[in-house]
Design a protein around this ligand. Structure first.
Ligand code: SAH
Ligand code: SF4
Length: 455
């Protein structure tokens, strides 16, 4: 979501004449868009600010002006602390106020108080009503925020405090944004929300629509060929949404559905409001609806009070579900969250050992999943250049990175790729369809022609 917000900030700033550059060295303004989810992410902000201070001082000694802004959830949670500790910062603002950037920039440019300005309100107005239309191409695969904030208050999580209460955008605004993305070359849209399947926006008929209905509406938009959504909570996986996985060919067969822990005791302490078996039942229903569905999850190890048995329950759940990929983290106590003040914190070395064991299991599942693709033909949306000469990269329906040797004109196209090799984090193969014909990656003549732009 920070990627989406960053793009939208550049849209807000475009009318003021700002555009993005590749490095901060010559920038008139640098905005750090920050994440507060774990301590490591927040700490990074202060080290980055140290580097920017030196850059700003150098620029000032050359007679140039450089504004520094801190945006996102660290700004929301620690705005005052940032202004106190980092005098070089001109503006701090949270995730819900960046539509006010033009006023903030004007104020900051005229500010002589020696202390930066701050806007970390949760405004009554929605920023979405004030953001300008997108001023740039978002690429073949684009994000679209449909829901924000969270009312679930899992005991480890800062999101409800930093992003605020749940809010869903109305359907027409989302469909209009999707149409503009498509008009600018986007073919795959990923719907975003901290709790995206909690979506309950105003539908075209004035009634409240859930995510399944919204997905069906978006699948009708001409030019949208692929849909995804992230991140979902197991309790909001309603039947209508599960059915869309059976009915919509545009909806990719990949779902990120975090469970955090396989232990019912820990799930309860986390305030997740479901058990391991309830999650397993949701997975069963999803797989009934879409047998090829690939699953992903988030896990936290070392939640306060997590015993060896609790951790063993997590390993058992992972074994039962069999994930295509997953993210796993050591529990990180976050200021102001209930779990941070539980006495029974798990020692760091125990967290590290458990994380290594869990990741070994998850990595083995991911490798096996990737290897099962060898010899299959997958549709791949080509969206970037690879590292090797003549190489392009894209995503399979299951979110795997796939690399092929192919001419650049295939950028933005969905092509069939026959998979030849599998690595832990990527696949390689040969393009076998479209106007392109069969392409042999080892055919040097063909590769040479591609590089010279003859094909
Ligand atoms: N809304 C999503 C998760 C959003 S936060 C959900 O309910 O699943 C993204 C991930 O960060 C979480 O799934 C969790 O695994 C991790 N996370 C959040 N707070 C954390 C903390 N205090 N320590 C470690 N990981 C955390
Ligand atoms: Fe955080 Fe997700 Fe729980 Fe909301 S549902 S509090 S975003 S982990």
């Amino acid at each position: 979501m920070n990627v989406y917000d960053t793009v939208r900030m550049t849209d807000v700033l475009a009318p003021l004449g700002y555009k993005t550059v590749d490095s901060p060295d010559a920038a008139d303004m640098v905005i750090l868009n920050t994440c507060h989810i774990r301590e490591k992410a927040s700490e990074k902000v202060f080290s980055e600010l140290g580097q920017l201070r030196r850059l700003k001082e150098k620029r000032e000694s050359d007679g140039d002006r450089m504004l520094i802004g801190v945006a996102g959830c660290v700004a929301q949670a620690e705005g005052e602390e940032i202004l106190r500790r980092a005098k070089q910062v001109d503006m701090v603002f949270g995730p819900q106020t960046y539509h006010r950037l033009p006023e903030m920039v004007t104020k900051a440019l005229g500010n002589t108080s020696g202390r930066g300005i701050s806007d970390t309100d949760f405004p009554v107005e929605s920023k979405f009503d004030f953001l300008p239309e997108e001023s740039q191409t978002h690429g073949p695969s684009a994000f679209l925020s449909v829901q924000e904030g969270c009312d679930k208050f899992c005991t480890f999580c800062v999101v409800p405090y930093t992003r605020g209460a749940e809010f869903s955008r109305p359907v027409t605004a989302i469909v209009d944004e999707a149409k503009r993305l498509v008009a600018n070359g986007t073919r795959e849209v990923t719907l975003l929300g901290q709790n995206v399947n909690g979506y309950h926006g105003e539908g075209a008929d004035g009634k409240t629509w859930r995510l399944g209905r919204l997905l069906r509406e978006l699948a009708e938009v001409d030019g949208i060929e692929r849909l995804r959504y992230v991140t979902s909570h197991p309790n909001d996986m309603d039947d209508e949404l599960i059915d869309t996985h059976r009915d919509l060919s545009e909806l990719m067969p990949y779902l990120h559905l975090p469970i955090q822990s396989g232990s019912d005791r820990v799930l309860e302490m986390m305030n997740r409001k479901h058990t391991g078996d309830e999650y397993r039942r949701v997975i069963d229903k999803l797989r009934d609806a879409c047998p090829e569905l690939a699953l992903s999850s988030d896990f936290i190890v070392g939640f306060p009070g997590e015993s060896d048995q609790d951790f063993a329950d997590t390993l058992r759940l992972v074994t039962d579900v069999n994930y295509a990929q997953a993210y796993s983290f050591k529990y990180s106590p976050r200021p102001g969250t209930p779990a941070a003040s539980i006495d029974a914190q798990v020692p760091e070395d125990v967290k590290s050992t458990r994380l290594a064991m869990l990741q070994e299991l998850l990595n083995a599942q991911q490798m096996a999943f990737n290897q099962s693709m060898i010899g299959k033909t997958l549709s791949v949306l080509i969206e970037r250049k690879g590292r090797e000469v003549g190489q392009l990269g894209g995503r399979s329906p299951y979110m795997q990175s796939v690399f092929v040797q192919a001419p650049e004109r295939l950028m933005g196209q969905i092509v069939d790729v026959k998979i030849e090799t599998a690595k832990p984090n990527s696949l390689t193969g040969s393009v076998v369809t479209g106007d392109f014909g069969v392409f042999d990656a080892h055919n040097m003549e063909h590769a040479k022609a591609a590089m010279e732009g003859r094909i």
